[in-house]
Design a protein around this ligand. Structure first.
Ligand SMILES: NC(=O)c1ccc[n+]([C@@H]2O[C@H](COP(=O)([O-])OP(=O)(O)OC[C@H]3O[C@@H](n4cnc5c(N)ncnc54)[C@H](OP(=O)(O)O)[C@@H]3O)[C@@H](O)[C@H]2O)c1
Length: 278
């Protein structure tokens, strides 16, 4: 059963960029949240006009209006814009309010300094949330069970939600699932190029690539209880074609390359955190 307060909860967004648009689309299309319960502000009006046209949400001229009106306030500016977006209104937050930060690289202690009152939550969505296939990480600070249940119900239509217990885990989820979406696209680009170079049209190559990634993922998703390694062994006959390709991938140390890339992304996240220390 959904949280009894979900239908009446007013949800506000400060910042109307890509992630806000993805979250609003997911929330409204799942019909769990009424557009009339959503309030959005933005630095400039362009995106607000579009959001109102597309989803019939309420738009606010000032960030303060969102904070004054809403029970849940989602901070959705770029991390470097977050302090400025709330500096003049930080005293307006209320203790019972749930404040959800999407900002990568602004940790809980920095958020606490920026926002003296309220139940703080860090949320890390990824872009497949747009189609309900997101991976979302939630880190709670001083939020109670009721706030946790409400947030879970609010976002569960966007994908699978994981509660994480510390900032390190939060960063790992961000790198592997949020940045990870970009890493997967990088590999898909190489896949598509290789196919295309062999005479297929761009459309055919794209479709073959997408369906291969989708098919493998869906097979893994449906084969619960079976390790991915086992699924790989099932498509690999000894000394066969797949085995030759896999052997080369291992000789080329693809795993090492990927791990280094993950670590580099993680280091960048820590660097942004240091720059955002408040
Ligand atoms: N995109 C992703 O895949 C993704 C994934 C996970 C987490 N996130 C997090 O989500 C947050 C938003 O990212 P995004 O990709 O949606 O960024 P974005 O598209 O650049 O949107 C940010 C929005 O914030 C607005 N803004 C800036 N300063 C403001 C202020 N003072 N008051 C009100 N609005 C202000 C901007 O307004 P203008 O229109 O005037 O520029 C812009 O529309 C970031 O913290 C990011 O780390 C994003």
């Amino acid at each position: 059963m959904l949280h009894p307060l979900l239908k009446v909860t007013k949800i506000g967004f400060i910042g109307a960029g890509n992630m806000t648009q993805a979250l609003i689309k997911g929330m409204v299309e799942s019909q769990r949240i009424l557009p009339s319960k959503i309030y959005v502000s933005n630095r400039t009006p362009g995106k607000l006009i579009k959001l109102k046209e597309n989803f019939a949400v309420n738009t606010c001229e000032h960030n303060e209006e969102v904070v004054d009106t809403c029970d849940v306030v989602i901070l959705a500016t770029k991390p470097q814009d977050l302090p400025a977006s709330i500096s003049e209104i930080s005293g307006k937050f209320r203790p019972e309010q749930i404040i959800v930060s999407l900002a990568a690289g602004i940790n809980m202690s920095a958020l606490e300094k920026l926002i003296p009152a309220g139940r703080l939550i860090r949320l890390m969505p990824n872009t497949p949330s747009l189609i309900g296939r997101g991976v979302l990480g939630v880190l709670m600070q001083n939020a109670d069970e009721s706030a946790s249940d409400l947030i879970h119900d609010m976002i569960s239509s966007l994908g699978v939600v994981f509660d994480v217990t510390n900032e390190d885990q939060f960063d790992a989820l961000m790198v592997s699932c949020s940045s990870g979406t970009g890493f997967v696209f990088e590999m898909m680009m190489y896949w598509q190029d290789w196919i295309q170079e062999r005479g297929f049209t761009p459309e055919e190559s794209r479709q073959m690539t997408v369906e291969t990634f989708l098919g493998a993922s869906m097979l893994a998703a449906q084969a619960t209880g079976i390790e991915i390694e086992e699924l790989q062994q099932r498509v690999t006959s000894k000394k066969g074609v797949t085995a030759a390709g896999l052997q080369s991938m291992r000789e080329l140390e693809i795993e090492r390359a990927l791990r280094i890339s993950f670590e580099k992304a993680s280091m960048r996240s820590q660097e942004i955190s240091r720059q955002n220390q408040i």
